[in-house]
Design a protein around this ligand. Structure first.
Ligand SMILES: NC(=O)c1ccc[n+]([C@@H]2O[C@H](COP(=O)([O-])OP(=O)(O)OC[C@H]3O[C@@H](n4cnc5c(N)ncnc54)[C@H](OP(=O)(O)O)[C@@H]3O)[C@@H](O)[C@H]2O)c1
Length: 239
């Protein structure tokens, strides 16, 4: 809905950038969290071509307490509330095909720091702004790689394990925050051509963002704690 406010983490490139552009095009007001505001040329171009003030850029490193706190404080200074938080920032720290013996174990910590702990840190910091909104929503950008029941290979150890943990975090946050009126979901954006998705992915960022924007707009309280595909369906994503 026009005028809806959204905070998106990891908006410098990839799906986060495309979603910021798509939501701004629909008349949403976007706070785009990025690690390095000086280096985000695509986002700056999107902000310039969008309606004035519809994309604000804010420094935000999801791994840094101080950065997240000051992003929340700065957002609170500019806006009274945020309607939607999209926890999109993510990393894929391994090559992907390593055996257990080859896997650099520090990749687990890196994946967890961004994909799991970062989500808890950002959501916690933005709770006061979310609770001030009439219908607050939190969207955690998950992945089919995080599905435990569909796991049949050994690829992407650290990424998969972190996204499975993100799914559990989603369920726990949804249960705690539902009585406070906040709807929390995990969404899989599809396999998308980005640095994480790689060049063989079938979807462009624009295609993924188009369906994600519609799904986020249509989210209902009954979706709380669900794992949705980018079209908002539950059937295509298994825990
Ligand atoms: N592409 C796919 O096929 C696919 C499939 C399923 C799920 N996903 C999920 O979709 C989300 C977006 O991924 P993508 O495909 O768009 O990948 P991407 O192009 O590599 O973008 C990742 C984004 O996360 C940001 N980021 C990484 N660490 C961060 C940190 N500590 N603090 C703040 N931002 C940080 C990056 O910022 P910098 O520019 O500063 O590095 C970048 O903006 C991720 O959660 C990913 O797991 C993607």
């Amino acid at each position: 809905m026009e005028g809806t406010t959204v905070m998106i983490t990891g908006a410098s490139r990839g799906i986060g950038l495309a979603l910021a552009s798509e939501l701004a095009r629909r008349g949403w007001r976007v706070m785009a969290g990025v690690r390095d505001p000086a280096g985000v040329h695509g986002l700056l171009a999107a902000a310039q071509s969008a309606a004035p003030g519809s994309i604000e850029i804010i420094p935000l490193d999801v791994c840094c307490d101080r950065s997240v706190r000051s992003a929340a404080e700065e957002t609170a200074r500019q806006w009274r509330a945020i309607d939607v938080l999209v926890n999109n920032a993510g990393v894929f720290p391994e090559e992907g095909n390593e055996t257990l013996e080859e896997l650099p174990l520090e990749c687990f910590a890196e994946a967890f720091a961004v994909n799991v702990v970062g989500v808890a840190r950002v959501t916690r910091a933005f709770l006061p702004l979310l609770t001030a909104a009439p219908y607050p929503r939190v969207v955690n950008m998950s992945s089919r790689a995080g599905s435990v029941s569909q796991k049949e290979d050994s690829r992407y150890y650290c990424y998969s394990v972190s996204k499975a943990a993100l799914n559990m975090l989603t369920r726990a946050m949804a249960a705690e925050l539902r009585p406070r009126g906040i709807t929390v979901v995990a969404i899989s954006p599809g396999w998308v051509k980005t640095e994480i998705g790689g060049p063989k992915a079938p979807l462009t960022v624009a295609e993924s963002a188009l369906s994600l924007a519609t799904t986020i707009d249509r989210m209902k309280p009954g979706d709380a704690g669900q794992f949705l595909d980018r079209h908002g369906n539950r059937e295509n994503t298994a825990w």
